[in-house]
Design a binder for this molecule. Structure first.
Ligand code: NDP
Ligand code: 2IT
Length: 444
């Protein structure tokens, strides 16, 4: 494989898809050496078959808003790769959603799911619909209209969606309800469902908790204790909330959270009580993070990201490309020694290069945020055997999966000088499993 040629071919065939190109380039650069040790891969043109999704569904979603006006949005589902199990991955509802973003997410998901040790292929879907500012009824009508198209392409053994940005328990509930009505089956084709109808305990917490468990594994390699470490978190949605919750319980001090309008800086640290305010603000009131600063009298910075604040550890948990090269340099200059990604691809290539050059502990999203989809996999298992596991059982399995992912990263990412390149480790480990599965199943 010649990475440059593969990339230029992809760019020519799929122009105007910058996020997809970015994600593919990052993976190919790091797996090139391992890939080229296996001449049989090229013979089977594994690389193109791995980079180009198996299929992509695009559809119009039509719904009626509270004023009686007819609205249209675009809907998508990318079925990227099912070599190791059914297509699996979240649904994103955000105004920025387009094919490029969903293709990058589905590509990343394929390697992430491979790392989880569970039998899941990679997929992703979504819409440019934004739930923000919409009434419950509008969200419900949209979800129902979306699934009226999507349902025929998904199923418990084919493709199992879940949540992502803009899609939480409420949206999954509405989508699953409509799915069941159309498909006339009750086998758990979505994950992240409510606990009363087949959801798994710890699924809401899983991405945030899993990221902290991964961070603990990284810190262990250096003998560093999390207690009293100052942590900058971005985002204030599902992943950020449970990241902060776990950090507080371990005695770390979280000083920032954010949303798409700006960030708050609380030098005293966000404690349990303040976090409860954020849970209510974001999940019930659906308000803005600015209101936290108003309530607790701390700093709020409009239109900015938190990376200029001094911290030991950064846990980006909002969206892609939210840490650029300048942000990375600011973090490093302030003494940040660990970055663990809750979001998917939050660091730009420039930022990643800075972290790796500085040899700090740096965990890419596909390893660090894999706890969410892992517990989704455990939800699928519980649905299959028609049993529910206890909170302790699921949490113990999540911890053991995150440790396993850390070991896989170490296996392929440890350099001669002892530095663990988690980017390389995660990409090569994730790739090798998918590659072997694809080779064994013939040319498809
Ligand atoms: P939520 O919708 O619950 O929260 C998203 C948060 O990020 C909100 O605070 C939101 O602010 C902010 N945000 C979203 N888009 C932007 C943007 N363009 N610029 C700045 N801020 C933005 O989503 P999740 O917490 O579920 O997802 C966060 C990240 O974690 C995403 O990258 C997602 O792909 C990733 N992830 C999620 C998993 C899951 O299980 N949910 C699993 C693995 C990864 P606002 O309220 O203003 O929109
Ligand atoms: O990016 C992700 O891993 C998710 N949004 C979760 C996917 C899932 O199927 O639980």
């Amino acid at each position: 494989m010649e990475v440059k040629k593969v990339l230029s071919d992809l760019k020519r065939r799929f122009p105007n898809e910058p996020e997809y190109h970015q994600a593919v380039e990052e993976v190919l650069m790091t797996i090139e050496e391992e890939y080229n040790k296996h001449p049989e891969f090229d013979k089977y043109n594994l690389i193109e078959r791995l980079c180009i999704p198996d299929r992509v569904f695009t559809f119009r979603v039509t719904w009626v808003d509270d004023k009686g006006q007819v609205q249209t949005n675009m809907g998508y589902r990318i079925q990227h790769n099912n070599a190791i199990g059914p297509y699996k991955g979240g649904i994103r509802f955000h105004s920025s959603v387009n094919l490029s973003i969903l293709k990058f997410l589905a590509f990343e998901q394929t390697f992430k799911n491979s790392l989880t040790t569970l039998p899941m292929g990679g997929g992703k879907g979504g819409s440019d619909f934004s739930p923000r500012g919409k009434s419950d009824m509008e969200v419900m009508r949209f979800c129902q209209a979306f699934v009226t198209e999507l349902w025929r392409h998904i199923g418990p053994q084919t493709d199992v969606p879940a949540g992502d940005i803009g899609v939480g328990g409420r949206e999954v509930g509405y989508m699953y309800g409509m799915y069941k009505k159309m498909a006339l089956e009750n086998t758990g084709t979505f994950t992240g469902k409510g606990i009363e109808f087949g959801g798994s305990l710890v699924r809401p917490e899983a991405t945030g908790y899993g990221n902290v468990y991964f961070l603990l594994e990284m810190l262990k390699t250096k003998g560093i204790d999390i207690k009293d470490k100052v942590v900058a978190v971005s985002g204030s949605g599902n992943v950020a909330q449970y990241t902060v919750k776990k950090l507080i319980s371990l005695g770390a001090k979280v000083i920032t959270m954010s949303d798409s309008n700006g960030y708050i800086y609380d030098p005293d640290g966000i404690d349990e009580e303040k976090l409860a305010f954020i849970f209510n603000l974001k999940n019930v009131q659906r308000g803005r993070i600015r209101e936290y600063a108003e309530k607790y009298g701390c700093k709020y910075v409009e239109g900015a990201r938190p990376w200029n604040e001094k911290c030991d550890i950064a846990m980006p948990s909002a969206t892609q490309n939210e840490i650029d090269g300048d942000d990375a340099r600011a973090l490093l200059a302030n003494g940040c020694f660990a970055v663990s990604e809750g979001a998917n691809m939050p660091s730009t290539p420039d930022a990643i290069a800075e972290f790796l050059n500085a040899k700090i502990l740096y965990a890419p999203g596909k390893a660090a945020n894999a706890g969410g989809v892992s517990v989704s996999g455990l939800e699928m298992t519980q649905n299959s055997i028609k049993l529910s596991w206890s909170r302790e059982e699921v949490d113990a399995k999540l911890q053991s999966i995150m440790k396993d992912i850390h070991s896989q990263c170490t296996l392929y990412g440890k350099q001669e000088d002892g530095y663990i390149n988690y980017v390389k480790g995660a990409n090569v480990a994730g790739f090798m499993k998918v590659a072997k599965a694809m080779m064994a199943q013939g040319i498809l």
